[in-house]
Write a protein that binds this ligand. Structure first.
Ligand code: SAH
Length: 471
């Protein structure tokens, strides 16, 4: 077998990244866009010693789990890795992914998995979109995405995961840029002005936020853009974010108000939240409510508990829990998010929640060691890299009765649960919640309970255990 050769294989498995896996003469091939069960002719693109990568050329026999993607550019875009897989099968895949990580990385043998919570409609579910602005092959200004390793944009003004309003907004931004002769940012030379358009939509309130991310400080004739955008029903916040650094990080640090207010509001369950451009907010509000309900159920509060919500963002989970707890403390690294969190407590009349800005791994140890603060229940909801080891160490020392771990990466979840379960905790419940249909991502909630034992808990850290997930 060699590069560029065509082979016919049966796809027998799927990788965590959503690549189909098959074998040709015992040699493993990873094939993007192939679905388990497909028999397909593939072209070998890259060969390594034990495995290689191939391109899907012709599907000879389609898998029974294969569906026609609704998006015309699903294959090129790559944002939806598994749009060609039937939604039911996507859910099964995600459930297996969580279970396999818990087995393989976590070393768990008995896994108390509860059925995954799927979406009723796995399209148009995102309340947030960040569209890059650039030029297409013909040199026209467009919004869309950059096709792998190129600098021309493939236009997609209507991503099917996002709301319909996105298209109207993008068209108005692009037409303003054309009339005013404003160039799109070009990452090859750092020239040009408009980099991205960030749009947020309150599913419940129907409020809209538009934030233009620019490579500069000023947008000339911005009032013309404002005049056009404010005609859209629900428009609430129009801002500019300056990002003059040559990185692929989307947002800079400063927000300037052009019109309206700097935030929008939305509601999850009984609680209303204000959301600023720089704050994190869950992208799928319908599933988020289910996620928070499960976290609340796992926390099993009676009204007497002191609860810590670490990585709290704008205080979403904290305020959900505060309705059923004695006191809730939230910790978050982004100052704007904590400002939102405090306002959110006020706007909902919640007086038993307090928020601190800082790294969870610094704030919690300090509060525990210097102020002797306690915790009956600890909730964590870290980014993909999982919890910092210093944080886990403090959590275990504090000995809360229950730990609720909300995770967007089941590999790091498994690593962290293993560590805590070796130090006096037991895995009681696990449940997947699909927040990201058509993609390989999945949210997981896990409940750990303190073992009733007087055994000395050794919290000395073994650094190697934290090396597994590419940190
Ligand atoms: N629980 C919230 C936010 C979860 S996202 C919600 O459901 O909306 C993870 C959050 O962790 C982000 O807001 C991010 O800014 C924050 N974060 C990242 N690293 C952190 C750290 N070391 N300490 C505290 N917060 C951190």
């Amino acid at each position: 077998m060699k590069k560029d050769e065509l082979v016919t294989i049966k796809i027998q498995d799927m990788s965590a990244e959503g690549l189909g896996i098959g074998k040709a003469d015992g040699y493993t091939l990873f094939v993007k866009d192939a679905v388990i069960g497909d028999v397909a002719e593939v072209k070998i693109m890259k060969m390594k010693k034990n495995y290689g990568f191939a391109r899907l050329m012709t599907i000879k026999e389609p898998s029974k789990d294969r569906v026609k993607p609704l998006c015309p550019v699903a294959r090129q875009c790559g944002g939806c890795q598994i749009q060609a897989v039937a939604y039911k099968t996507q859910l099964k895949f995600k459930e297996n992914l969580i279970e396999n990580h818990l087995k393989r990385i976590g070393g768990f043998t008995q896994i108390p998995m509860e059925p995954i919570v799927g979406m009723e409609n796995p399209y148009r579910y995102r309340n947030k979109a960040q569209f890059p602005i650039g030029i297409d092959k013909e040199g026209n200004l467009r919004a869309g995405f950059f096709a792998g390793r190129t600098h021309t944009i493939i236009p997609v003004e209507d991503c099917l995961l996002g709301v319909k309003e996105n298209k109207t907004i993008l068209n108005k931004v692009l037409s303003f840029m054309k009339t005013e002769g404003i160039a799109a940012y070009d990452e090859t030379n750092g020239k040009g002005l408009v980099r991205h358009v960030l749009i947020r939509y309150g599913f419940f309130t129907k409020e809209i936020m538009v934030c233009l991310i620019i490579n500069g400080k000023k947008l000339l004739n911005a009032e013309k853009l404002v005049e056009s955008l404010r005609q859209i029903p629900g428009m609430t916040s129009i801002t500019i974010n300056s990002n003059e650094s040559r990185t692929n990080v989307i947002l800079g640090d400063t927000i300037k108000l052009l019109w309206g207010q700097t935030y929008i509001t939305d509601t999850i369950g009984e609680i209303s939240y204000q959301i600023s451009p720089l704050s994190f907010y869950q992208v799928n509000p319908v599933q988020t409510e289910k996620l928070y309900q499960i976290a609340l159920e796992y926390a099993n509060l009676t009204g007497e508990e002191t609860v810590w919500d670490l990585y709290c963002g704008i205080g979403t989970i904290s305020l959900f829990l505060a309705q059923k707890a004695k006191h809730v403390y939230g910790v978050e690294i982004v100052p704007d998010a904590i400002r939102d969190a405090k306002k959110n407590a006020q706007r909902n009349g919640i007086t038993n929640a307090e928020f601190f800005v800082g790294k969870a791994e610094e704030v919690l140890p300090e509060k525990y060691e210097k102020e002797g603060i306690k915790a009956d229940v600890i909730v964590v909801d870290p980014p993909r890299k999982g919890c910092d080891k210093k944080l886990l160490e403090t959590i275990v020392k504090m000995q809360p009765k229950r730990i609720v771990y909300v995770s967007c990466d089941s590999a790091t979840l498994a690593r962290d649960l293993k560590w805590m379960c070796e130090r006096g905790y037991e895995l009681k419940r696990v449940r997947g919640i699909d927040q990201f249909g058509q993609t390989v991502h999945v949210e997981t909630v896990a409940l750990l309970s303190k073992l009733k034992t007087d055994k000395h808990i050794d919290v000395e850290l073994d650094m190697d255990e934290f090396a597994c997930c590419g940190e």
